[in-house]
Design a protein. Structure first.
Length: 324
């Protein structure tokens, strides 16, 4: 390595694991590891798992310990990014109003920054990834849920209380299905992985097409059809699967049109497994945008895939240190 340090330590906390890694100044992961997360114990047990993940990095790379400039943490929300307090995440019940940033600073004597995964991933893409060269970035992660982040001039837009950029809960059909957030017709309730699977199951039941590749891939059980199966059946030329994804693309177009009319970002970046599934439809989405956006130059905005896939949490955490 030509220029040693400084390095950034990114940590990604989930309901089942804590992943931690060393990231250099160019956004490359030099080393990473993971340990089990104790999400249902008490606050100290959860923090202990977090500490073990960081110590695992230090133990593996002791020569880099003194060159670490800060710790950035992707933590489950809701949280307060200004204070670093994790409020009441549904998948990490051990923490209720837990001062994660303050406890981490005290324990490791390093600057510490905490934010949610979509915000952090958006920042990583803006400064190191697909958003390089763009000042204003809208990032969306499409997966089991739909999250988003807004970057203005390489800074996360948090809003008044830190709760901004909940793009997954923009309603595009107020008669639509009930979302987990309680609202109806959120884009998450319509285009997340579970929503795609449900739409495929309904179409299989309505059509009674026993020859569909989706059904074959699910072993004949409609209830086992998941978004991944829809994608594989589409790649194998299944017409019913293509129709499900076509409908998903149309719904995403409505949503993206709203985002453009509100923010007019310079680029829109998609991450997550469902983004990979929907990427063949990006061209069609762009062509159809003028129907759903009043912005006469909406088709000029690039729709790009994210650079960081499953590593977005670690690199996103590290990016928080750069912004801080």
């Amino acid at each position: 390595m030509d220029t040693p340090g400084p390095f950034l330590l990114g940590v990604d906390i989930g309901g089942t694991k804590v992943a931690a890694g060393l990231v250099d100044a160019e956004g490359s992961i030099l080393f990473q590891t993971r340990v089990p997360m104790i999400a249902n114990g008490d606050a100290a047990e959860g923090f202990g798992a977090f500490v073990r993940a960081i110590h695992a990095v230090f133990d593996a790379k002791p020569e880099m310990r003194s060159l670490i400039a800060g710790i950035g943490v992707c933590a489950p929300g809701p949280l307060d990014p200004h204070t670093g307090v994790v409020i009441n995440p549904p998948n990490v019940t051990c923490w209720r109003n837990f001062p994660l940033a303050a406890e981490t600073r005290l324990y490791f004597n390093l600057p510490t920054y905490v934010d949610n995964d979509a915000n952090a991933a958006a920042l990583a893409e803006a400064i190191w990834g697909a958003g390089i060269g763009y000042r204003n970035v809208f990032y969306a992660t499409l997966g089991t849920g739909i999250g988003s982040g807004i970057i203005f001039d390489r800074q996360i837009y948090h809003g008044r209380t830190g709760s901004a950029a909940e793009g997954g809960h923009i309603t595009i059909d107020y008669h639509g299905p009930r979302c987990g957030c309680g609202k109806r017709g959120c884009i998450e309730a319509l285009c997340s992985g579970p929503a795609i699977a449900k739409r495929a199951q309904e179409r299989l039941a309505e059509s009674k097409q026993t020859s569909s590749k989706m059904l074959a891939l699910a072993g004949g059980n409609i209830d086992l059809v998941k978004a991944e199966i829809v994608g594989e059946a589409f790649r194998q030329g299944d017409a019913l699967a293509a129709g499900v994804l076509q409908n998903t693309a149309e719904l995403l177009t409505v949503w993206i049109g709203n985002v453009i009319d509100l923010l007019e970002p310079e680029v829109i970046i998609f991450g997550g497994g469902i983004a990979n599934l929907m990427s063949p439809f990006f061209g069609q989405i762009r062509e159809q945008l003028p129907k759903w956006s009043i912005n006469q130059r909406c088709t000029e905005i690039p729709l790009l895939m994210a650079k960081y896939g499953s590593d977005a949490g670690i690199v996103g955490g590290a990016a928080l240190c750069r912004a801080g």
